[in-house]
Design a protein around this ligand. Structure first.
Ligand code: DCP
Ligand code: CA
Ligand code: CA
Length: 635
């Protein structure tokens, strides 16, 4: 065994005879004392350990836990005629989300079918009804959100020092880098100090790590997936020889992940599956390697073997138009097939932003795990209508149902964070997927959140958009009604402002009766008259969709298709990170083009040069962030 800097990549020389073996050239970076002792961990930190943890058959398990059903009983969650969640015992009968509920019952007569809770007008809370009717009821996911929050809170409590980003109702990214670093130093105290005879001081590479015992830590994604069992022993031996400190970091993260998964199962009854790897993209991809109730670990050296044979259209954001365009353009199927396309070629065909895809295909993802702050949160309640709105006056019915959901959710959120209040309320109406109209208005502060208050604000927006005159034709065929709160913040200062209003207007803040609240409503609306009711685009999620370049002062946006509400936040982050890298490179290229030919040292400008080749600077500094985005619309 030699030093770990020069560690051979097992794929080098074994790849196809077309030079592909150099596609993954960042798998065994030198790991130094400086890395280990860094206080800030960038996206290229070699000891980064990220997990994606996803609940198994989530809604189905929520119902199984709520109803105290034996987890071995096949159970599905029904929404109207379709299924939205199928537990693992039911999957054994060949039941999937694609089935109608009655077809599923044919496949498994003892199937337990639970219809998702629904709201109906006049109810403050959702209920589980015998025969809910889509014409009058609206689905409620409140119970699932509440259970989701419990799981999230157990992550927070059980994993101090980690960064946790909720990625959807049943999954979260967890960045273990910080606590893993502490554990490394605790377990291997000899790493705490640079040895006196270390040749390069802090920049000396760490001594080789000890072999790792992976027992009980999960499923290792193999280094050589194609090998048969006879080679298992060889592989084990090889595994030890190839062990790096990055792997040790992953193994410690896996211990922590496994412990919290077991705690959640014991306390709340949910099983979770996790993937652990060096970045978010790979963690997400590994999480489904073995389900349910397992965690899969993707060591750096296993990345090529895992990615290469993967049909790229299976990768979530390559499943849509972009994947199709790539498949057609190059007549290819797997990630490996795409590796021969150069960055230049990809960018020429698909726009500058495709650097992000180029990197993703090589297992590189620079996005951070970022906890979402409560200050930019939004809450949306919506209903797809099987029968479009027939008359203008029907609006109040739906608005009231949506208002009940928002009231419940805001009140629950206030139990956790008192004083939470939305800045605005938005009514969005849709005709199919093509036509969308919305209005928003500032939302008046009130000490108590009531359905009346929200419904009144919603009605006012409906009046602006549609009116309540049944004798006039509707301006659009409404197939979807959405009511949302945006800019939710814990509003101490907001409260003071409001109390200020009351002093001015001489209205008692203590009065809680409806009349006063209505007055309050109109006072606040008057105060905001100048900014009141603006036509707006479909509401965006709270995540940043642009950055401001410190060098040229330009604001760079990700394209509209990517910024939309249908695209997951981590995809937006990835696109934004790619744009940022691209933009930095653009400046770098520009800098280089201005320098005299000789003595140009890229490292001077960018200490950590990227693996791709620089693009030639354009004559005009006009980076265009569109291109690939048109392929990235949700399927
Ligand atoms: N969901 C839904 N409609 C979909 C997909 C999902 O209503 N088309 C809901 C129900 C799921 C929950 O979101 O329970 C989580 O989605 P997942 O894709 O994570 O699927 P499950 O958790 O149900 O199953 P798995 O164990 O495969 O993760
Ligand atoms: Ca899930
Ligand atoms: Ca999920």
């Amino acid at each position: 065994m030699s030093t770990f800097t020069g560690l051979a990549n097992p794929w080098k020389g074994k790849g196809k005879a077309n030079g592909l073996e150099s596609d993954f050239d960042d798998l065994t970076p030198a790991i130094t004392y400086r890395h280990l002792h860094a206080q800030h961990f960038g996206p290229k930190d070699p000891l980064r350990a990220i997990a994606l943890c996803d609940s198994d058959a989530f809604y189905a398990t929520c119902e199984q836990v709520r109803l105290k059903v034996d987890p071995a009983v096949p159970l599905v969650v029904r929404q109207w005629d379709s299924l939205i969640a199928v537990n693992y015992p039911a999957r054994k009968f060949g039941i999937s989300r694609m089935d109608r509920w009655d077809d599923a019952l044919k496949k498994c007569p003892e199937l337990k079918i639970v219809h998702v809770a629904t709201y109906k007008e006049g109810d403050d809370e959702p209920g589980y009804w015998e025969k809910p009717d889509t014409r009058t009821h609206k689905v409620s996911l409140d119970h699932y959100r509440r259970e989701s929050a419990k799981i999230y809170n157990m992550f927070k409590e059980g994993l101090p020092g980690t960064e946790i980003e909720k990625a959807s109702i049943d999954e979260a990214f967890i960045d273990f880098t910080r606590p893993v670093r502490e554990k490394l130093l605790e377990r291997f105290p000899y790493l705490a100090k640079v040895p006196d005879d270390a040749p390069d001081g802090l920049d000396s590479t760490l001594p080789p790590p000890p072999p790792i015992s992976w027992d009980g830590l999960g499923t290792l994604i193999p280094l050589h997936p194609a090998r048969d069992n006879d080679d298992a022993e060889v592989e084990l031996l090889e595994d030890d020889l190839l062990t790096t400190w990055s792997d040790v970091a992953l193994s410690i993260a896996a211990e922590m992940m496994g412990r919290v998964r077991a705690d959640i199962h014991a306390k709340l009854g949910y099983t979770l599956s996790a993937g652990l790897a060096r970045n978010k993209f790979l963690a997400k991809l590994s999480a489904s390697y073995r389900k349910p109730n397992d965690q899969s670990i993707l060591r750096n050296l296993a990345i090529p073997g895992y990615l290469r044979p993967m049909p790229f259209q299976k990768i979530r954001f390559l499943g849509g138009k972009l994947g199709k365009a790539l498949a057609e353009e190059y007549d290819v199927k797997t990630v490996g097939d795409l590796l021969s396309i150069t960055l230049e070629e990809m960018q020429r065909k698909f726009g500058e932003e495709s650097i992000w895809v180029y990197e993703i295909l090589r297992g590189i993802d620079r996005t951070d795990v970022k906890e979402k702050s409560a200050t930019t949160k939004s809450m949306a309640a919506s209903k797809n209508l099987t029968q479009p709105v027939a008359k203008a006056s029907e609006g109040s019915h739906w608005i009231r149902i949506l208002a009940a959901e928002l009231a419940l959710r805001l009140n629950e959120a206030r139990d956790q964070t008192p004083g939470l209040w939305p800045k605005s309320i938005v009514l969005g109406l849709r005709q199919g997927w093509q036509i969308y109209r919305s209005k928003q208005a500032p939302f008046p502060f009130s000490r108590t959140v009531t359905i009346d208050l929200i419904a009144a604000a919603g009605d006012k927006l409906w009046k602006e958009l549609i009116g309540f005159d049944d004798s006039r034709p509707l301006p659009m065929k409404i197939t979807h009604v959405g009511l949302s709160f945006t800019g939710i913040a814990s509003n101490e200062s907001g409260q003071q402002n409001i109390e200020g209003f009351f002093k001015d207007s001489d209205v008692s803040v203590k009065a809680e009766d409806r009349g006063t609240k209505r007055k309050l409503h109109s006072i606040v609306e008057e105060k905001h008259a100048s900014e009141e009711i603006t036509e707006c685009q479909p509401s965006r999620s709270a995540i940043a969709t642009h950055f401001d370049c410190g060098r040229c002062g330009r604001r760079i946006h990700i394209s509209d298709d990517l910024a939309g509400i249908g695209i997951e936040d981590y995809i937006k982050q990835q696109a934004l990170a790619a744009l940022r890298t691209e933009h930095e490179d653009f400046h770098l290229a520009l800098d280089l083009s201005k320098l005299p030919e000789d003595g140009v040292n890229a490292a001077k400008f960018r200490p950590d040069p990227p693996q791709k080749k620089f693009k030639k600077p354009k004559s005009k500094p006009e980076p265009k962030p569109d291109g690939i985005a048109k392929f990235l619309v949700k399927k």
